[in-house]
Structure formats: C-alpha cells, structure tokens
Design a protein around this ligand. Structure first.
Ligand code: IMP
Length: 422
C-alpha cells in the first residue's frame, strides 16, 4: 500500500481496512516523520512508527530493516498504545533497522537553517541525517544495541566525523559518545530487547505459510528520493519497489499494489505543486479536510486532484488499484476540478515532465464536475452514492487508468464503499 501524492493521503485508514485480510503488516521505510491517523469507535489514534495493523489482535506488526527508528519515540509510542489498551507485545523490530539518535535531529534542524530560503521543509525528525549515515556506512543499527562494546565503538566512530561537523561547521557543542551510549542503553535497551527480531525470515515464514502480508508505505510517491520532486523529497523510497529493499522480499512476492490518493492533493514543505490553490477553494479544502499535519501541526498546501501525477504514480508503483480518500470533503462544493493535463510554454502535455523546471512552469488543464451538495458521510454502498460523486470517481479511474476499488466517505473505520471490483 503506497501513497500516490505528497503524503497524508489517509493511508492509515486503508492499512487498517486492508489489515483485516492480512496476518502481518510491515513498515518498510521512513521513520517518525510519518503520521498515521486511525479512528476506531470514535477514538482517534495518531501513530508514527508502529504499523497501523497493531490495532488488530490477529496482526503481527513489523518495523522492517528499511525504517529509521528513534528508540525513545518508539518506546513512547508503545507506552501510549499500551496505556490505551492496545496490545503491542506482538510488535517486531528489525535488527537491521537504523537508529535515529539525538544528533541526527540536531543536524536536520541545522541543515534546514543553513539552507535558509532554500530549505526543504523537513519534519526535523532526523530522517535525512540518519539515512545519510546509513549510506556513508557509519550508521548504527538496532542490533548494535545488543552488544555494548560494538555499540560504543560504532558511536565513537560515527561521532568522530559528526562532531567535527557540529563544532567546525555549525559552531555547536560536540556530543559525548559515552554519555549518549549510557543514556540509550539504560533508558531503552531492556524495554526494546523483546521486540528485536530477524524480520526478513519472519516475513518469509509468513509468506511460505500462505499468509497475506501487507507492506505499508509511509510518505508517498512524489516524496520518493528517486521519483519525487527532488530535492523536496524524503530520504527513502516510499514507492512499491521500496518494499523489496526495505523488508527483504522479492518483486514476485508482491501480487497487489494499492495506491492511496486523496480526492484532492495536499503537500507540506517546499517544492513544485502544479494544481496548488491560493484561493477560497483551497482554504475550504484545508478547513473542511482539517489539513494540518498530524505530526508537526503545519498547514498543508491544498490543490485539485492531479491525474497526470497519478498516471505517473501508476507506472512507477505498478498500481493494480486505487483507493480514494476524503471524497466527503467536497460535500458542499458547487464545482470540483480534476487536472487532466498541463500546459507548458504553450504546449499541451499529458505526461509528468522529467525536467523539474518544466513542472514549475506547468499550468494545469482542468475538467470540471458539478458538486453533489449532499452529505456523503453515511454512504457505504456504491448504489447510494450521488451520481455527481460517482461521475467524479469514474473520471478519476478513466483518467488515471487504474481501477478505483475503494472510496472513503469519512474518517471512521466503516465510512467507505467498494467501487469497481477488480
Ligand atoms: P523529512 O522526511 O522529514 O526529511 O522531510 C522531507 C519532506 O518530506 C518534507 O517536505 C516533509 O514535509 C515531507 N514529509 C515527510 N514525511 C511526511 C509525511 O508523512 N507526510 C507528508 N509529508 C511528509
């Protein structure tokens, strides 16, 4: 299951729904930059690291090797869920996942400040610096915690470089590796130990036993390090292929790829956004859709649904189906728009331009649809859907060339309907 826009598509809701058919839910990239909101029986759960499937008793939630984990955040989240009656004892944490430590977060904030106006608008959770250490091969893995000598040795080696950056580039105080090691080992290790596992073999054992495993992408296609609007992207691969590297499975293990898209688009942070709205329609989308970050509280940038982006997302993910969220946000709109192409330097273009400066100049070409002026929040059957809303869904399906199988009509677990059957 992957996000097909710039994140915040409402993936948590559909992971929760698709979890019903699975016995395992695996996160394969990202970290606590993600924020999944799930509403169960009117109770809202905001989860950042633990896979959303944790809310089901029959699911083994797995944090895969491709995830970057702040151990303090993970323990806080487990504690919060446990206090609210959710059993987290089935959680598995890959020994190969990399750690986010305090200096990664400090570096993230420093890099952003250093960039000034060119800042990326990161979540400042230390994601980029942790993945940078992983690529530089000075990262620290969860399994390193299990051997104190190795952990201290690696922390010393990693900080030898990082402390030079902190002190000489950013004029900050160095981090004492032993103090940090003491803190992590005393405050986290004994609590984390029961969760640490060989996630790759666990996942394959489940697949070999014929069980369904759901791979839950965080962030989204256009925040992908390779396929997103670089450099305004995250530092991992949220696309479906990322599940192979980030969980240790082969492409042939994947037989269904569900893309999640909102009925409109939002983006947080900087970067190009062809259908962005700066008018009252945009304000209404933000107000009605409550488009403020679960994680950072930032106001999201709103825009109309972009079928050009979605077609591209269909290709790079190999989408077999689409799930549309937040259709009900348009319940009081007189007109709803769908971007079906771009005009770039006077030319009509139907594909996402590979050159990003063209994307900055792209003017959306819209198809307009009459609104439905009806409350959709109680609609759970295809036949009950207002014909104008149905036309909008049909147009999305036709323009994106991927079948829409599900559409959500409200935040609750049961507020959705099945659309085209695949
Ligand atoms: P980072 O992932 O914190 O490094 O941030 C890089 C970019 O990805 C920024 O534009 C963030 O706003 C965006 N981003 C990261 N995680 C999410 C998410 O879960 N939803 C939406 N945007 C995100």
């Amino acid at each position: 299951m992957v996000g097909t826009q710039w994140g915040d598509e409402g993936k948590g809701k559909f992971t929760d729904l698709l979890s019903k058919e699975a016995s395992m839910v695996v996160r394969y990239q990202g970290g606590h930059n993600a924020g999944h909101t799930i509403v169960v029986d009117g109770e809202k759960f905001a989860i950042q690291l633990v896979p959303s499937g944790v809310l089901y008793d029959h699911i083994t939630p797995v944090i895969g090797n491709g995830v970057v984990v702040d151990p303090f955040v993970l323990l806080r989240e487990i504690d919060m869920l446990t206090r609210r009656g959710i059993d987290c004892t089935r959680l598995k944490l890959s020994g190969n996942a990399h750690l986010i430590l305090s200096y990664h977060q400090e570096l993230d904030a420093l890099h952003e400040r250093h960039l000034g106006k060119a800042k990326l608008g990161t979540t400042k959770r230390g994601i980029g610096p942790a993945y940078a250490d992983k690529s530089m091969r000075v990262g620290i893995r969860v399994q390193d915690l299990l051997d104190e000598n190795i952990f201290r040795e690696k922390l010393h080696a990693s900080l030898a470089h990082t402390n030079k950056v902190l002190t000489k580039v950013f004029n900050r105080l160095p981090v004492d590796p032993d103090q940090l090691a003491d803190k992590v080992l005393t405050e986290c290790l004994s609590q984390l130990r029961p969760y640490i596992a060989d996630s790759v073999n666990l996942i394959h054992d489940a697949l070999d036993a014929g069980q369904h495993v759901l791979f839950e992408g965080a962030q989204a296609t256009f925040l992908d390090l390779d396929h997103g609007t670089y450099p305004f992207v995250t530092s991992s691969n949220p696309i479906a292929g990322g599940a192979c590297a980030g969980a240790g499975i082969g492409p042939k293990d994947i037989n269904r790829v569900v893309g999640i898209a909102k009925a409109y688009v939002t983006r947080v942070g900087s970067g190009p956004f062809p259908t962005e709205l700066f008018d009252q329609d945009g304000d209404r989308i933000v107000d009605i859709g409550r488009e403020y970050g679960t994680n950072t509280g930032r106001r999201r940038r709103p825009g109309w649904f972009d079928a050009v982006m979605l077609r591209h997302a269909g290709r790079v993910n190999g989408l077999t189906e689409l799930a549309i969220t937040k259709l009900d946000v348009f319940d009081t709109f007189d007109t709803v728009k769908l971007c079906v192409g771009y005009e770039i330097d006077g030319q009509r273009v139907d594909r996402l331009p590979y050159h990003q400066s063209e994307l900055h100049r792209a003017r959306p070409v819209y198809e307009e649809f009459p609104g439905w002026n009806t409350d959709l929040t109680a609609v759970t059957e295809k036949a009950q859907l207002h014909p104008n809303a149905a036309s909008f869904l049909n147009a999305i399906e036709e323009r994106v060339q991927v079948p829409v199988t599900l559409a959500s009509t409200g935040p609750g677990r049961d507020q959705f309907l099945h659309w085209t059957q695949t």
